[in-house]
Structures are given as C-alpha cells and as structure tokens.
Design a protein around this ligand. Structure first.
Ligand code: SF4
Length: 205
C-alpha cells in the first residue's frame, strides 16, 4: 500500500483515540482516508454526525452536497469518494447559549490543528475548500465579511503547503447568508470556480 496511505491511516487511528479536549463531546468524527488533492475543511461535526460516523451526515451535509450535485453534477457518494473531508475540530463542541453549535475555542482549534497539519502534509492539496467563517479564518486568515472572499480563488500557504483556496459559506440552517444576495450569486461563482479548477477536474473525472 502507498506509504502516504499508511501515514493517513495512522492519523485516523490517533484521531479515533484522541480525548484531548475536555469540553468536546465525542465521538471523534472523520471521513475515510481518500488520497485526494482536494481538501474540504469544515468547522466541526454537529450533534448527529457522531451517530452516523461521518462528517456532514445531517442537514448541513444535505445542503452542501446539494450544491455540488446541482452546480457541478457530482453526487454525495462521488464527492465523499474523491474529496478528503477534514475540519477545524473533529468532535461536536456542544450547543452555544445563542442556540447554534458552539464554536471550537482557540485551544481546541490548536489541538485539533495538529491532525489537520499532518493531513495537509500527507495529501499536499492543490485546492482547499474552507466551509464557513471559522474554517475560512483558519485557512486564509480572513475575518471580514464572507463577500470579501467567496466567489474568488485565493492563493495561500496552509500548514506549510502552497495551495489554491476557494471558500464556501456554511451550509447550516442557522446561516442565511447563502440564501440572500450577494450570497447566492457569490456561492454560484465559487462553485463555478471549483468546477474549472484542474485539481477538482482530476479528482472527479
Ligand atoms: S476536537 Fe480534535 S483535538 Fe479535541 S478531542 Fe476531538 S479530536 Fe481531539
């Protein structure tokens, strides 16, 4: 078996055994060891994903995979088979007092970032798709309005690897940005950019 695949399996074993964050609610959720040059980075699993044992397994996933199917003709099974799905944090952070899911804090992001760093080092992605404001901030260092980055291709150094970055909004029901304007148009533009990117084309063909 490919040496890099062995390394990725080791990351997944370490992830599965991780209990480093006292406030996080297990189990650890991660996707399969897809050897892809396209890396999607989400925020953190929701309350349902642990039961299914895979990221984006509930309503946010339906919306996310629906975008790729309707805009690019790539269905959910194909997407999961061709794109490596990572996240800023791999455990459910619990609910925030405001109602949505709690955002991982700085220490949790740093701890879980060691896994992300290993994954990036192994996969050497040519295209990174951060999903939602927290992932966008981690990948691009961008903290302003989503309209400042969504709908563009950026070049960034992510965990030591130079890569193209095409950001997407968070597909959760809590976020309404992508349903109004300019979100709707910028999301359409971002998906079109992904569809034309050589790493995406190579991954899904
Ligand atoms: S969030 Fe990441 S670092 Fe924290 S316990 Fe879960 S897997 Fe470990």
């Amino acid at each position: 078996m490919d040496h890099r695949r062995h390394l990725l399996d080791a990351v997944h074993r370490d992830l599965a055994a991780c209990r480093a964050c006292p406030a996080m609610i297990g189990p650890v959720v991660h996707g399969p060891p897809v050897m892809s040059r396209v890396l999607l980075v989400g925020q953190a699993p929701g309350p349902r994903e642990g039961g299914f044992g895979r990221p984006f397994a509930w309503t946010a996933g339906k919306t996310l995979f629906g975008w790729f199917e309707s805009a690019l003709g790539v269905d959910e099974p194909t997407f999961r088979d061709r794109v490596y799905i990572a996240a800023v944090a791999r455990c459910f952070p619990g609910k925030a007092s405001s109602g949505g899911d709690r955002k991982p804090d700085r220490d949790e992001i740093a701890r879980c970032g060691t896994f992300l760093s290993r994954e990036v080092d192994i996969l050497q992605p040519e295209l990174v798709l951060p999903v939602g404001a927290l992932a966008i901030e981690q990948v691009l260092g961008h903290r302003g309005p989503l309209s400042g980055v969504i709908g563009t291709t950026q070049r960034a150094r992510f965990h030591g690897v130079e890569t193209d970055v095409i950001a997407l909004p968070h597909p959760s029901g809590v976020s309404t940005w992508h349903r109004g304007e300019p979100g709707k148009t910028l999301l359409t533009e971002a998906l079109a950019l992904i569809g034309k990117h050589p790493a995406w084309i190579a991954a899904v063909r």
